[in-house]
Ligand binder design. Structure first.
Ligand SMILES: Cc1cc2nc3c(=O)[nH]c(=O)nc-3n(C[C@H](O)[C@H](O)[C@H](O)COP(=O)(O)O)c2cc1C
Length: 314
């Protein structure tokens, strides 16, 4: 069976700077899902969103943009914006768990409205030439909520349904609910993408053993904890490649360079890089002291000093 690996959208992390640096030095990802976009109060799409999706900024990246809305008109407006940019697929975010979003009936906050979800999707698929996919959780309050939604979607022409088997209220805590995911597989005629807690090769293996009919997998934080993970999964190798440090360093420098071109001021740049180190740190489990220097750096000089110590310690 073909193996399809997708990169999950991570707002604030997997923007075009990250995607370009990543795709240059690491393989294995078939398509990247972009962090969600939405209309602001004036029904506008802001300039940083436009920049992130601009085809010129994603020329080597197979990209699937994602939208967030609870309203078919808005979705269609976003769809025509994406169509004008040359995109052919649009993903709908029904998974975001953050209370600020969910309390407004957006993201996972809409999962308690199965009829509305089906109606919005019906209107959207009938009125856009884009292919539409959906990324969702099991529910907001309860993992059974999805069981009322999937049957309503079965006649709609959806490209994929990505399921992250947690409920919105869990945020990212607690276990993924694999029994509930198994029940979804039974119910759904659409291609299902599994997403959630594939952070090591072993976790992928366990999941693919348990769900042999699943061929599509989405990796989110795992890609940042270990950027080599997709290639390790494809090669069926549990260990990092021998030259991992050299590849990681080159990738890191490219990422830094990409952000240097658009972020003004040391502190913006360093904070942005530090948000990646919340994840990259996992590659360096024995270097707490050196990592602390990086995480605490306040300017470029301190950041580079921390990096030099870390790389020297390997
Ligand atoms: C910081 C952060 C930002 C995220 N942004 C998005 C987003 O824009 N759209 C979306 O569908 N999911 C978003 N997610 C959820 C991830 O795409 C993914 O579903 C989740 O992290 C679980 O998968 P993982 O265990 O492979 O990371 C975000 C998650 C995190 C931690």
């Amino acid at each position: 069976m073909d193996l399809h690996l997708f990169a999950a959208p991570l707002q604030g992390l997997t923007d075009y700077h990250f995607r370009n640096a990543y795709a240059r030095y690491f393989g294995g990802i078939e398509s990247y899902f972009a962090p969600y976009i939405r209309l602001d109060n004036d029904r506008q799409i802001n300039s940083s969103t436009r920049r992130d999706l601009l085809p010129a900024n994603n020329s080597c990246i197979p990209l699937i943009p994602q939208v967030m809305s609870r309203n078919a008109d808005e979705m269609l407006y976003l769809a025509s914006f994406l169509e004008e940019m040359g995109y052919t697929t649009m993903d709908w975010n029904l998974g975001c768990p953050y209370p600020m979003v969910a309390k407004r009936g957006l993201g996972s906050g809409m999962l308690q409205e199965p009829q509305r979800i089906a109606e919005v999707l019906r209107q959207v698929v009938q009125n856009t030439p884009l292919k539409v996919s959906v990324k969702m959780r099991l529910g907001y309050e309860h993992p059974d909520e999805i069981l009322s939604i999937l049957p309503l979607l079965s006649n709609l022409p959806l490209k994929y349904i990505t399921i992250h088997p947690r409920i919105g209220k869990q945020l990212y805590k607690g276990e993924v609910n694999l029994d509930a995911f198994a029940a979804c597989l039974e119910l759904c005629p659409h291609p299902i993408v599994y997403n959630g807690d594939i952070h090591t090769y072993g976790q992928f293996q366990e999941l693919s053993d348990r769900f042999p009919s699943v061929s599509r997998w989405m990796l989110g934080r795992g890609l940042l904890f270990n950027p080599f993970l997709p290639e390790m999964i494809r090669q069926k190798q549990a260990g990092l490649p021998p030259d991992w440090l050299c590849t990681f360093t080159t990738f890191h420098n490219q990422l830094l360079e990409n952000y240097t071109q658009t972020l003004s001021g040391d502190s913006h740049l360093i904070q942005r890089m530090q948000s990646f180190w919340d994840y990259f740190s996992a590659l360096f489990p024995h270097n707490k002291k050196e990592l602390k220097r990086i995480i605490k750096a306040r300017n470029r000089a301190e950041y580079h000093a921390g990096l030099a110590l870390l790389f020297k310690a390997q």
